[in-house]
Write a protein of this length. Sequence first.
Length: 72
Amino acid sequence: MGQNQSSCVVGVQKKKKENSVFASAVVNGEMEIVESMVEDDVGVLDSTVGRAKLSPLHLAAANGRIEVVILA
């Protein structure tokens, strides 16, 4: 029982890290990383970061990353 709970926590932490990496790539316009992560898991486009729960589209638009906005 404890093992399942700890593996669930590890899964959540891994997903948060992936979302953080994706958000950073979006903000910095790192298209190779963005495209690769979208190809691996299109669900990253639905991810949110921070207290404001900003989506990748919000982050891209706010940082003038038109190439990411077009991809999304």
